[in-house]
Design a protein around this ligand. Structure first.
Ligand code: DX5
Ligand code: ZN
Length: 218
């Protein structure tokens, strides 16, 4: 039995009232708050930094999952750890050979760590660090924007990653991010994902408690 966690991405929320949005999504049953950090260099969009995360910490006690879509992420992990992130994920595409050291540095700050790969990056690129991760994040869209279409080829990568995770015998979460809807959520769970990011699908709904419940139970 999988322990399914729903992680709304606040990228699709109204930033002009972000504290209230986060409080509401907590009350609607979100398990994790997914925070998309973008620097305008690693991806073609800019969002927010550690100060924003720190200010949000006052609005919820839910897990803060900081997805860093930035160049040289190792420079900023300490600031995000201090800002109240519970887990920090970094891209293989941004870290390259420094990935393992960056994951270790995150852990040594007392925060959970995770490796992320883009849709066109093979799982074998992170195979050697999966054991060091508390979570592995597979992108099912090219990062940068919410509301994109799910790339179905990622389903095979979920299965492949899940097999590697199972072989470690460790309790490592498998997160999927991008284009998740009511139509594809059961397929990603069946493939082995247990942390489900959803931005547009959650925030476009008026009844957010209902959609979170559906995404969890479907
Ligand atoms: C994409 C972000 C995602 C995105 C998900 O760069 O990493 O977290 O906000 O949004 P949806 O669910 O709308 O694809
Ligand atoms: Zn994300």
């Amino acid at each position: 039995m999988q322990n399914i966690k729903i992680a709304p991405s606040i990228l699709s929320a109204d930033f002009s009232k972000i504290g209230e949005e986060v409080k509401k999504i907590d009350e609607c049953g979100a398990d994790v708050i997914h925070l998309d950090v973008m620097d305008g260099v690693f991806v073609k969009n800019i969002t927010f930094g550690p100060k924003f995360v720190k200010d949000l910490r006052g609005y919820t006690n839910k897990v803060f999952d900081a997805h860093l879509m930035i160049e040289k992420p190792w420079k900023y992990i300490e600031n995000f750890a201090k800002s109240g992130a519970d887990i920090i994920t970094v891209h293989y595409e941004a870290c390259g050979r420094r990935l393992k050291d960056t994951l270790k540095a995150i852990s040594s700050l007392g925060v959970k760590c995770g490796a992320v790969i883009n849709p066109n990056t093979p799982v074998k690129k992170i195979r050697g660090v999966i054991e060091d991760c508390d979570m592995v994040l597979l992108m099912s869209v090219y990062p940068g924007f919410g509301g994109q279409k799910f790339i179905p080829e990622v389903l095979e990568k979920i299965k492949e990653t899940k097999e590697i995770i199972d072989k470690t015998g460790k309790d490592i979460d498998l997160e999927i991010d991008g284009g998740i809807t009511k139509e594809n959520v059961s397929a990603v769970k069946k493939a082995g994902a247990n942390v489900i990011v959803a931005g547009n699908t959650v925030f476009k709904e008026i009844d957010r408690a209902k959609i979170i419940k559906e995404l969890r139970e479907l």
